[in-house]
Design a binder for this molecule. Structure first.
Ligand code: 4AD
Length: 429
């Protein structure tokens, strides 16, 4: 049994080969019947000719419906008119299941396709999206394994917030309340005292009421934490990471990027050095662009889109005012009121894909920030312990992998790059 992608070459011409897959399209006339078959790897045009088959066989083939499953044995020839340049003449076949009505036909609405996502993921476009997504996830882990990091596995059910209480999901927990994790950052911070350089790829949950093109309630979060380094070094690592992922996607998925009509030369721009600017500089830039933003404003999806359509490669934004970020970020000793952190904004209007920075490592400073944020010290006793026993400077980051997929594949909505999106209005399929 061969994959379709493997038989689309001149070496297979004239050979008898067996494939299996699903009917992608059918077209028949009195004497010929064209069945385009797909498998995970590609599609090929197969042709049943009345003179090569029994009447019964020809009838079965010409009445096949899309998504029926089958096995075909046939001879390969070159044919420029065929969808992928080669054709298979059918000698024999076996039908596993003939469908009556596959629910997805042409021109169906967005909600219908979301309700039928379990079937829609078979489409050629979604197959390409899933393959690119797989490369992105692989490249992320590969980058860190190649750099001497350890993968760690923090819990998803937790007892306290990292990113503020308003977006916490509550879960009953044997008479108590647990929360679904918003970020594994605090646990990664515990691991560095044993392993120094760690990463994890796991789901994070945000009970955000936001219904934007870039928010999921369950998303895939790739986080790293590194001992002994500061904000600038953290950004250097992230820049190398993003470039590695882009290179791998271009190398492994040119075919899929073409299916999605993604312009690879635009992606290649992001292999050049990223821009770096402070929050204050970004606000000035936004004002110069005529946007109604002032110092102190938090940037949401719309504001970032309006700014980032003007950039063709990523921008690191640093030195945010203290009030805009969560309590664990380290205030800049040389720049009071500002913190040593960064966001990485993706170009072409996509905006934030990474949040990261240096963590507070002094016990008193952290206690002060916890108090100021109105949080209870006892909820963070173990996080505070890290500042009691051998505390060290360290930095980390969280990358929204679905958002990275969204940008790299240039899709319009984050729901298009995850098979089974969870949003404020969607829990099925
Ligand atoms: O900026 P955030 O909230 O930062 C943290 O959670 C840090 N504790 C991470 C860390 O330092 N370890 O989230 C990080 C990234 C964002 O930049 C964004 O890409 C993604 O997570 N993200 C979301 N992606 C999809 N849907 C949502 N609702 C998201 N919220 C955040």
């Amino acid at each position: 049994m061969e994959t379709i992608a493997n038989i689309l070459n001149d070496e297979c011409i004239g050979k008898e080969i067996q494939i299996h897959g699903w009917v992608y399209r059918v077209r028949s006339s009195a004497k010929l019947c064209f069945i385009i078959v797909r498998d995970h790897s590609d599609v090929i045009q197969t042709v049943g000719k009345i003179e090569d088959l029994t009447e019964e066989q020809f009838k079965i083939l010409s009445s096949l419906t899309i998504e029926s499953s089958l096995e075909i044995t046939g001879i390969i020839s070159k044919d420029e008119r065929a969808i992928t340049g080669y054709e298979m003449k059918i000698i024999s076949f076996k039908i596993f299941q003939r469908n009556d009505n596959f629910p997805i036909t042409k021109d169906q609405g967005e909600e219908f396709l979301l309700d039928n996502r379990h079937l829609w993921i078979r489409s050629r476009e979604f197959n390409a999206i899933l393959k690119i997504r797989s490369t992105i996830f692989k490249a992320f882990s590969e980058f860190f394994f190649n750099s001497g990091y350890y993968e760690v596995h923090p819990p998803m059910m937790v007892s306290s917030a990292t990113e503020g209480g308003s977006t916490l999901f509550k879960v009953p927990f044997f008479g108590d309340t647990a929360f679904l994790t918003q970020s594994s950052q605090f646990y990664l911070e515990t691991f560095i005292f044993s392993l120094e350089k760690v990463f994890t790829v796991s789901p994070s949950f945000r009970a955000e009421k936001s219904r934007t093109w870039r928010h999921l309630t369950e998303y895939w979060h790739a986080e790293g934490e590194v001992a002994w380094i500061g904000n600038d070094q953290m950004m250097d690592i992230e820049e190398a990471l993003i470039k590695h992922i882009i290179r791998q996607v271009i190398k492994e998925n040119t075919h899929e990027l073409n299916i999605l009509k993604r312009d690879i030369s635009v992606l290649e721009k992001s292999l050049e050095p990223f821009h770096r600017m402070t929050y204050s500089e970004l606000i000035k830039k936004a004002q110069n662009l005529g946007l109604n933003l002032k110092f102190g404003d938090d940037l949401g999806a719309d504001e970032e889109r309006a700014i980032m359509v003007h950039f063709d490669k990523p921008v690191f934004v640093t030195s945010f005012p203290e009030e805009l970020k969560t309590f664990y970020h380290r205030p800049d000793p040389e720049n009071p009121g500002f913190i040593l952190c960064h966001d990485l904004l993706a170009p072409e209007g996509y905006g934030e894909i990474i949040g990261g920075g240096e963590r507070i490592w002094s016990l008193d400073e952290l206690k002060g920030r916890i108090q100021k944020a109105g949080l209870k010290e006892e909820d963070y006793y173990w996080y505070l312990d890290l500042r009691r026993y051998g505390s060290i400077p360290h930095s980390g980051f969280g990358l929204g992998l679905d958002r990275l997929c969204l940008w790299l594949m240039k899709q319009e909505n984050i729901k298009e790059v995850i098979a089974f999106p969870r949003t404020i209005r969607r829990l099925r399929p």
